[in-house]
Design a protein around this ligand. Sequence first.
Ligand SMILES: Nc1ncnc2c1ncn2[C@@H]1O[C@H](COP(=O)(O)OP(=O)(O)OP(=O)(O)O)[C@@H](O)[C@H]1O
Ligand SMILES: [Mg+2]
Length: 338
Amino acid sequence: MALLEYEKLSIALPGMARPVLDGIDLTVSAGEVVALVGESGSGKSVTARSALGLFPAGASVVGQVRVDGRELVGADAADLRAVRTGTATMIFQDPRAGINPVRRIGDFLTESLRVSHGWAKDRARARAAELLGAVGLPDPARHLRQYPHELSGGMLQRVMIASALTAEPRLLLCDEPTTALDVSTQAEIMAILGRLQRERGLGMLLITHDIELAAAACDRIYVMYAGRIVETAPTAELFATPQHPYTAGLLGSSPPLQAPEGPPARLTPIPGSPMGLLDSAPGCSFAARCRFARPGVCDQSPPPLERNGEALVACHLADELAPRRPTHMRWRTVDHRN
Ligand SMILES: Nc1ncnc2c1ncn2[C@@H]1O[C@H](COP(=O)(O)OP(=O)(O)OP(=O)(O)O)[C@@H](O)[C@H]1O
Ligand SMILES: [Mg+2]
């Protein structure tokens, strides 16, 4: 049984032309690191929050999301509490947004241990110090007495990771955990998350718009566009042979979908802009931006997500485009477990 499992999850908001999420199928097994990538507004955060049973106010929700077998769509308070305080936990982009600036780090970290778990103060402080050590903060006793403004963004994100671990979760939902940090701090935070994930055998869903970051950290990648999964494959396959034109676009170029005798590789941005909630299309959502789109085919019905080799891909032209992929053109060798 998958630790996290979405089955045809659709979320629609009143007054919008298209759903925020449209039939999402996604799984994360215990101990597996999975990335969800896509442009801004594609629905990544809404997907992640759904795994805690947090749906947009007023939305109609159809389909299923299960964490460790517990259904979250229509769940009662007891099931929601069980998932949120025991199984799954989330790390957000901006650590300062999730912490009260006038409370000490120690009070922030010990609160849930004392309130939810009923631990005595000394025991909770000892555990908080231990967790600060585990996320690589040099002087846990001093950091427990500090206020958030006394810590850098990178240090504070470590505090948030420590806080996420207080519940001994089995599933870590990381929503752009390094986007607000500088490049070298990003690498440190990713290294800490990777180490904790391996040591504790956590299932992890890493949300990012950075496909390179996803490749470095993850076993499998899901690519999302306008609320739909358009491709998923093991990381090495996705990089070597992206099958959806949007995936190829995210990788910075379109050459993988050209014939070997086609023009030489060059970096090409994806033209146009992402589809907002007030836009809809009867066919493939990406068709308006896709240089392969064929009138009468791609604009007729949404392409289903179908197996093509090791990947699942939602493209009406996948059978045609995929065999033309040049086998000699490998993007790079990705060793994503280092
Ligand atoms: N609570 C909400 N109420 C109304 N609309 C929402 C709500 N949450 C998200 N949306 C809309 O749903 C769409 C998907 O949002 P989401 O935050 O999941 O995108 P994202 O892929 O995480 O983007 P980003 O990379 O910018 O974080 C957006 O158009 C957003 O405006
Ligand atoms: Mg987001």
